[in-house]
Every structure is written in structure tokens, then in C-alpha cells.
Design a protein around this ligand. Sequence first.
Ligand SMILES: Nc1ncnc2c1ncn2[C@@H]1O[C@H](COP(=O)(O)OP(=O)(O)OP(=O)(O)O)[C@@H](O)[C@H]1O
Ligand SMILES: [Mg+2]
Length: 319
Amino acid sequence: MGYKKEYYIKALADVAKHRLTADETAKNNLLSVYLAHPDIKELDEKMNALGLLAVKSAVKLSGADEIINLKSEYEKIDENKQELLTKYNISASTLKPNYCCKNCSDTGYINGELCDCVKRIAKEYYYNDLCEKMPLEKSNFETFDISLYPDDARVNMQEIFNFSKEYADTFNTTSKNLLFLGRTGLGKTHLSLSIANIAIDKGFGVIYGSSQNFFNQIQDEAFGRKQGDTLNALLECDLLILDDFGTEFMSTYISSAIYNIINSRILRSIPTIISTNLSLGEINSQYGERIMSRILGNYVIKQFTGKDIRQIQMLKNNT
Ligand SMILES: Nc1ncnc2c1ncn2[C@@H]1O[C@H](COP(=O)(O)OP(=O)(O)OP(=O)(O)O)[C@@H](O)[C@H]1O
Ligand SMILES: [Mg+2]
């Protein structure tokens, strides 16, 4: 999938920054080693000089024997250098730049083509722009407080918490689809974003946001009112989180886009998490049997219970 140029420019800038940092670090490490062990510096200087001589011999037609001699001399000095490094307990790897991408050495290109690492970073920027400003940092498993649920809901909510934590810890692109059902303020978005946090940390491409905004955006793009390819991004991302499902302003186009996304992702076995205030019966009447039967057959359903935590927290803060 192609993204806007600006995402690639940002990604290439990131890669160039990584390269600069890795080069600088290696250079500084080398200078520290030279300062502490001038004998290593001396050997490096000798090897550099031999390298220059080899280049000069290479341009002479008669230089073949000379090059062989220079090469064996170089190898001997290098052996001495390795012995010194071992003696001083210096790892040779600290003297080489530690590039993030071993394929392109953080140059961003391989044989004139963009490296996959640049495409991956560009994709992250794109997904980031698509995701709404939801409280991602605030919503994690550590801030989930089970004591906020009333006694009769705690066992169920503890089970949903454990399930979600396990789901996140073992998340991969073949993980199951989840449907979080429940009234307002019970932690559906909180747990969805907790899963998103871990999946993002693992390097998966996650898109999350309110269903209403996504489908409005998709419709606007389809009818040329906005530019973008949100539909494709929602079809192909590793994990799609459709929050507040059921709040979309229904149109024939949106209804078929919803079906397309849910069905295509099931067929490709890539996971989706849907959270909604609707009951199963309401989903059935609002979206019809085609969507309902796909959800029933392919989603793990979790029914959230308890009392509105927004209100509980508000009361706590006011006392
Ligand atoms: N178990 C919990 N521990 C700590 N904070 C929680 C917990 N559950 C919910 N919250 C917080 O309460 C607020 C409401 O929760 P959340 O947005 O997850 O509810 P929801 O089920 O998605 O509601 P809605 O259906 O209205 O979207 C959020 O600020 C969230 O971080
Ligand atoms: Mg919510």
C-alpha cells in the first residue's frame, strides 16, 4: 500500500537520524578506546596506511603481488588488534555502528529501492494519524482497578481482565476477534486500548477509533469530499479496534462498508475488536442477519457488567 509522500519523508528522516546516532556512538566508543589503549590506535593507523597502499597498487597494472603481500600484512596486524581487544575485554561490536536495520544499515535504501524498514515507519505515521486522540497512555492494564466494580460484577470483570491481558500478551495477527458488549462507562474502551498499547509495543500495525468517525471518513473519501484511503487501512491493519460500534449514521454505503470490513477481516483471519453499547438483539436489528451471524460465528463475546465508572470516579473526585 502506498502512503502520502510526507509519511515517507518523515520515515527517511527517522532512519537518517538512527544512522547518525549509531555512527556517532561508534566513533565516540573508538575514541575512548584509543585514549585508554594507544597500542590499538597504532595498529589501526598501520592498517589504514596499508589500505591506502593497496588502493595505490590496485591502479598499477603490475601491482598484483604487492596487493597479496599487503593483504597478508594487514591480516597479521588485524589479528594482533583482535588479541589486544580480547586482552582489554573490549567487544569489537561496540566499535561498529549498531544500525537499527541490518538490511539497509539505516540508509533507507537497498539497491535504489526503499527498504522495508522505511515502509514500516511510514505506515506507523499513517496509522498514527488515522487513530483518534484517545487516552492511550492512560488506558493500560496497570491502571485498571478491579475494586471499582460492585461485588456482583467483580468475578466477571476479573475474568474479562485476565482474558484481555492474556490476549494482549499472546497477540499476533491470527488472534481471535473480540466483541465487548456493555453499558456506558464499564471499561470497554479502557481494556481495548490496553490491548492496543501492548500490540503497538510489539510492533503490530494497530488502528483504533470510533466506528462513527471511521465510517464517516470512509464515506467522505468514497464520495470525493476528502482525500485518503481509510477503507484500505481498516481492511489491512494487523489489529482494528472499532470503538462505539452502533453510533454510525447509517447509509447504504456505510452499511456495506461495515459488512465489507467485518467480513473481509474474518476471511483473512486478521483480528478485530469491536466495542458497543448495543445488545446482541440490537446489533441484529440495526445491522441485519448477515453481520450478526458473522459476529456470532467468529467473535469471542465478552459482556461487561457493573456500574458506570465515569460516575464513580466523578463522585470520588468530588468528595
Ligand atoms: N476498571 C477500571 N479501572 C480504572 N479506570 C477505569 C476502569 N474502567 C474504566 N475506567 C475509566 O473510566 C472511564 C470510562 O471507561 P471506558 O471509556 O473504558 O468505558 P466504556 O465501557 O468504553 O464506555 P462507553 O460505552 O461510554 O464508551 C475511562 O476514563 C476509563 O479509563
Ligand atoms: Mg467506550
